[in-house]
Design a protein around this ligand. Structure first.
Ligand code: LMR
Length: 346
């Protein structure tokens, strides 16, 4: 039985929506020698609106990745940057910095382990961006996203360069998967669908809204919605199991980050676009929240705030909020652990 519920309509609007004419769009990919990064770089090479691609990795192999792409005719010019001393040059002048580097999630990896392995490179990047390119859009796909984005925002705040309208957790994979599932279930073209996925990015916090498929007229019944919700929440783990426990999703991650990036590039060029992203968003009682957001040339214009949900979705959301709050606090507090560890990762 479905009934309509409304969340309070609050506005979280970026007043700075003035559009600007930009002719060059340089993008940096951090972690470009990895499986996500190199697949992503390949897809970005086909985007003619990107003029220059800076591929960065600690691994020297990134030079080979860049060379291969440079030999593909057309598209953005490609340059390689290997080693931490070249990180400032890799990010300088980029409109968008994409952080896709991570220690791959393995079966049984805890969120604490993921945070401990993946936070230090985020610290290095935040410190470098604050010194060398504080105006850039920064988008991060590194897990655990629920904690990593609050971690990055707290760090950027301490470096006096936090702009909540320009920091994104890339959760576009969740809506990409939800669209694939719905396309398969209803035998329709998933590329033409929008399926909002709200909450966070973990088994307990992903909340797909199958009652909000756009364009309207597509219906997923209650049993199927439950089945697809469980499947979506387990999708990341299923990939790890099928990769024999050794790696998590890479190609679909690259595909979804590319779709996210294509939209952000259009935004940087003055369009107003919608992407699914985990950002500062106070509308649901957490400091950060994932869902469809509108983005323009100066960053986020508006975050999601008032979906009509059925009872099932509403209850999923209510269960996810305390978990999300715990994850957010854990990320914010992890700054003290990293800053007091004595390492200077910059
Ligand atoms: C996923 O949902 O599969 C991703 O979060 C995988 C990853 O480790 O980047």
């Amino acid at each position: 039985m479905f009934c309509k519920r409304f969340l309070p309509v609050l506005k979280y609007r970026n007043r700075n929506t003035q559009s600007i004419q930009i002719r060059t769009v340089q993008i940096s990919v951090i972690g470009a020698a990895g499986d996500i990064g190199s697949n992503l770089a390949m897809l970005l090479k086909f985007n003619d609106k990107i003029t220059r691609l800076h591929l960065y990795d600690n691994d020297e192999k990134v030079r080979g990745v860049a060379l291969e792409l440079a030999y593909i005719p057309g598209g953005p010019a490609v340059a390689a940057f290997a080693g931490e001393q070249h990180l400032p040059s890799a990010v300088r002048d980029s409109k968008l910095v994409l952080m896709v580097s991570r220690v791959a999630r393995k079966l049984g990896s805890t969120r604490e382990q993921m945070l401990a392995s993946n936070a230090p490179p985020i610290q290095t990047l935040c410190k470098t961006i604050s010194k060398h390119n504080p105006e850039a859009f920064l988008a991060i796909s590194t897990n655990p996203i629920n904690s990593i984005i609050p971690f990055a925002s707290t760090l950027l705040m301490s470096y006096n360069c936090y702009n909540p309208f320009k920091l994104f957790g890339i959760t576009h994979i969740d809506t990409a998967r939800a669209r694939a599932f719905v396309g398969d279930a209803l035998k329709v073209n998933p590329r033409k669908l929008q399926v909002p996925v709200i909450g966070g990015h973990s088994d307990e916090t992903i909340v797909p809204l199958f009652s909000n498929i756009h364009p309207g007229g597509y219906t997923i019944d209650a049993n199927r919605a439950d089945m697809l919700t469980r499947k979506l929440r387990k999708a990341g783990v299923e990939v790890i199991i099928n990769k024999q426990g050794m790696d998590s999703a890479t190609m679909a991650m690259a595909w979804s980050i590319n779709e996210f990036t294509a939209a952000i590039v259009n935004a940087i060029n003055g369009a107003e676009v919608t992407v699914n992203s985990y950002t500062a968003n106070p509308h649901y009682g957490t400091r950060f929240f994932s869902g469809p957001i509108n983005v323009g040339a100066q960053g986020i214009i508006e975050t999601c705030c008032n979906f009509n949900m059925n009872n099932y979705e509403w209850e999923l959301l209510q269960k996810s909020l305390p978990v999300l709050n715990r994850d957010i606090t854990q990320g914010e507090e992890f700054v003290h652990v990293v800053e007091s560890s004595g390492h200077d990762y910059s």
